[in-house]
Design a protein around this ligand. Structure first.
Ligand code: ADP
Ligand code: MG
Length: 290
């Protein structure tokens, strides 16, 4: 590509709502065949809401919810914000030994009791029996909601189900990308079944779920080893290594600073149509130059 047409392409991308930080990325974008999307905050709004609370041990729903909220005070995960919003009357009981278990959940000491809150992998790790909740977990996941489990070190106490809805434009924007011929993949740390339901709503071809944060970049590298040229679209700190690994990283406009700094392109509006616009433009611009 000539320098002039690259400059023109960067300008045109800006008009379409995409800030191009790395001009070579336009050339690479014209060669891409696969688009990988982070789920939470990229395909979905990223502002989940608590939809249900179930109890299994000797605590009632209110106790489960407020203990969970107390644990989540130390976390800035979207699920933490949702749980805090659902439990407005937090006790001022101090939380000690707060810990984030990346891609799995959180743990802390509340009222002298070590509590865990997170996914099945977290409880598996601690060998806590959650068979009592298995049917409920499967049912919520099949509805596209994310089940999160609360336990102490001996037993399961509760389940909190969280629902995150698709961005209003996701399905339409992905349909356009399909028509442009791209293979569309979702990459997430969420429950496999939950992810599949959301993926079907969005029009995704393939789901890679249950991925730990450090596994996201590895998943991209595997696609590249298979000969694919990959765009990664993400918003979170967790997504930064994958955004860097991809042939073209695209950060959501409202995304974390780390994601924006790592990505070759940033959406100026939080609108997935901009991804379709920019990729179509990159292809067309380079075709004109040949
Ligand atoms: P995502 O790809 O959706 O950003 P994460 O890697 O952040 O996923 O988290 C994966 C899973 O780990 C979540 O779906 C949830 O079950 C659990 N988890 C992570 N952080 C928390 C938290 N702060 N509170 C409860 N559960 C959590
Ligand atoms: Mg995200």
């Amino acid at each position: 590509a000539t320098p002039m047409s690259v400059i023109a392409g960067v300008g045109r991308a800006a008009e379409l709502g995409v800030l191009v930080r790395d001009a070579d990325a336009l050339q690479r974008a014209s060669e891409v065949d696969t688009i990988v999307f982070d789920k939470t905050g990229t395909l979905t709004r990223g502002t989940p809401q608590v939809s249900d609370v179930l109890v299994y041990g000797d605590w009632n729903r209110q106790q489960v919810l407020s203990a969970a909220a107390q644990l989540e005070q130390g976390s800035n995960h979207p699920l933490a914000k949702a749980i805090l919003a659902a439990a407005p009357d937090l006790s001022d009981e101090p939380t000690k030994q707060f810990r984030t278990i990346r891609g799995k959940g959180v743990s802390a000491k509340v009222a002298g009791r070590t509590l865990l809150l997170g996914n099945q992998a977290l409880l598996d790790e601690q060998q806590i029996d959650y068979r009592a909740a298995q049917e409920d977990i499967d049912r919520f996941a099949a509805q596209g909601t994310t089940p999160v489990l609360l336990a102490d070190q001996r037993q399961l106490l509760g389940l909190i189900a969280l629902r995150d809805s698709l961005r209003p434009e996701s399905a339409e924007a992905l349909q356009r990308l399909h028509q442009l011929g791209y293979r569309l993949i979702m990459l997430t740390g969420d429950h496999q079944k939950t992810a599949q339901v959301i993926a079907a709503e969005a029009g995704i071809d393939e789901v890679i779920a249950g991925v730990l944060p450090e596994g996201k970049a590895q998943a991209i590298a595997q696609l590249q080893q298979q000969g694919r040229k990959v765009v990664m679209v993400g918003d979170g700190i967790n997504d930064a290594p994958a955004l860097a690994q991809a042939d073209v990283g695209i950060a959501m406009g409202g995304g974390s600073d780390v994601a924006v700094e790592t990505a070759a392109m940033t959406l100026m509006r939080n609108d997935l149509h901009c991804v379709a616009d920019a990729l179509a433009m990159a292809g067309a611009t380079l075709r004109n130059m040949r």
